[in-house]
Design a protein around this ligand. Structure first.
Ligand SMILES: CC(C)(COP(=O)(O)OP(=O)(O)OC[C@H]1O[C@@H](n2cnc3c(N)ncnc32)[C@H](O)[C@@H]1OP(=O)(O)O)[C@@H](O)C(=O)NCCC(=O)NCCS
Length: 139
């Protein structure tokens, strides 16, 4: 199994490259390396990587703002899928969020994303069809 560790500044280009090929990219702004670096600076343990033989093959962001616990940017390289990497990443992310005080953890996924919906269901998450997300650009 890959090793799970927090991302460092020198991983940012690999992370953005993985996201461009493996992440859920529809309906969201393009990833920016400078914003990933800002995340690492603000919360050095939030961005978790799965690293296999030196290669970044999976990611998840375990975000905690003191009130809400959120999982973002869960992605596994196509050739590494269905080997338990996402399960491992989410398990580590959940452990971090619980240790910080989270009592509930949420993730967002596009309705038509069968990979994502299958994964969250398998890991014990349930959908909330009565909620709608509202967004506004901030910069
Ligand atoms: C979703 C994703 C992260 C899953 O990664 P993974 O490492 O292949 O997942 P795992 O091997 O840990 O799967 C754990 C379980 O989730 C479920 N699951 C995973 N992929 C699935 C799929 N495509 N369809 C249905 N169920 C799936 C299965 O129950 C699986 O257990 P099993 O393999 O024993 O049947 C990966 O497919 C991916 O990166 N997809 C594109 C990005 C994306 O959609 N991210 C989620 C956005 S919220």
């Amino acid at each position: 199994m890959p090793q799970i560790r927090a991302a460092r500044d020198e991983d940012v280009d690999d992370v953005v490259a993985l996201w461009s090929l493996a992440a859920e990219n529809r309906g969201r702004p393009a990833d920016r390396p400078d914003l990933v670096r800002l995340l690492i600076e603000r919360d050095p343990d939030a961005l978790l990587l799965a690293v296999d033989d030196g290669e970044v093959v999976g990611t998840v962001i375990a975000g905690w703002d003191g009130w809400r616990a959120s999982l973002y940017r869960l992605a596994v390289a196509p050739q590494h899928r269905r080997r338990g990497t996402a399960r491992l990443l989410v398990g580590r992310a959940e452990a971090r969020l619980k240790a910080l005080g989270a009592t509930r953890i949420h993730a967002m996924v596009l309705e038509e994303n069968n990979d994502g919906n299958g994964l969250w269901q398998a890991l014990g998450y349930t959908p909330q069809p009565d909620w709608r997300r509202w967004v506004k650009a901030a910069r």
